[in-house]
Design a protein around this ligand. Sequence first.
Ligand code: FAQ
Length: 324
Amino acid sequence: MATEAKPAAPTEDPVKLAEFEARCDRGETIEPKDWMPEKYRRQLTRMMSQHAHSEVVGMLPEGNWITRAPNLRRKMCLIAKVQDEGGHGLYIYCGTETLGTDRAELIDQYLYGTAKYSSIFNYPTLTWADIGVIGWLVDGAAIVNQTMLAHASYGPYARAMIRICKEENFHKRQGYELCATLARGTPAQKAMVQDAVNRWWWPSLMMFGPHDTNSPHSADLLRWKVKQKSNDDLRQRFVNLTVPQAQAIGLTLPDPDLKLDQATGDWKFGEIDWSEFNAVIAGNGPMNRERIAARRKAHEEGAWVREAAAAYAAKHQPAAGQAA
Ligand code: FAQ
């Protein structure tokens, strides 16, 4: 049987390509109307749209606990956090659209196609302590990654990250404070938060993506300064920051191989279960089906809102020739 030929990679003008790469090397910011190689545009569209999808699907695990928050203060924090995550998704969708693909198409690729979103949001939130641990570990990992992305070469992405990181810092603090409160609470509360840490630790490390040796996109993204640091470097930074935080509140991390390397100052950690990671990103994690079903339902039930907004915009658009 004849196999379908893949579309050829675009051939770029070598002079323009060399100029572009020199700009990246000098640390210049690339803006939407600047010339860029098609592959840069495609890589960024992929990565930014997956990031936007992650922020929006990331509202689900925590949203699940809004009605069960134990007091008004905690409920207010959680509502605000979940709302912030939706806002982050919107900024990043706007940034992605500047690369030439509209949001409706990006969302279609995600809900009905093969676009990915972060593996971390395919795990269930079983107890209230999970809410604290998500803030501490998941937002903590996101900050390590996004602080680096705030220096990305693509201007709209980098600028979105600056605001997002400020908000993520609050998310992390409220999560850590929640964990600290439970850790010094009753024995049952301490056990609950320790159990949540045990379940979320390894998936948090997986957020940084595969090992560098197994990361097909890193070479381009590092060369073009979209990524400034590799997956493994960022993962190590997260572990180094988090181990002392766990110690400070009397919690342990579920890794018997965790050990301080005196020579480098790094906390060495055990091997990640990559078979679990691969299963989750292939759609077979504990909550993949529920998450995508919930997002499709919300999207389909929101069709009338989009239609109404489009009708309103059309009605208020100045008629042709009348605009001036
Ligand atoms: N999950 O070659 P690489 C947050 C895929 S936001 C799923 O290393 P790359 C805030 C990857 O897409 C969290 N898939 O890829 C919040 C690629 O597949 P493809 C989201 C993953 O791009 C907190 C393949 O594996 N943050 O948490 C994952 O160089 C609380 C090969 O991988 C971002 O998206 C994964 N963990 O590096 C919200 C940050 N890792 O596309 C609510 C921006 C890898 O060929 C509540 N993204 N894959 O089919 C990045 O920094 C990068 O894209 C990486 C992956 C580091 C995620």
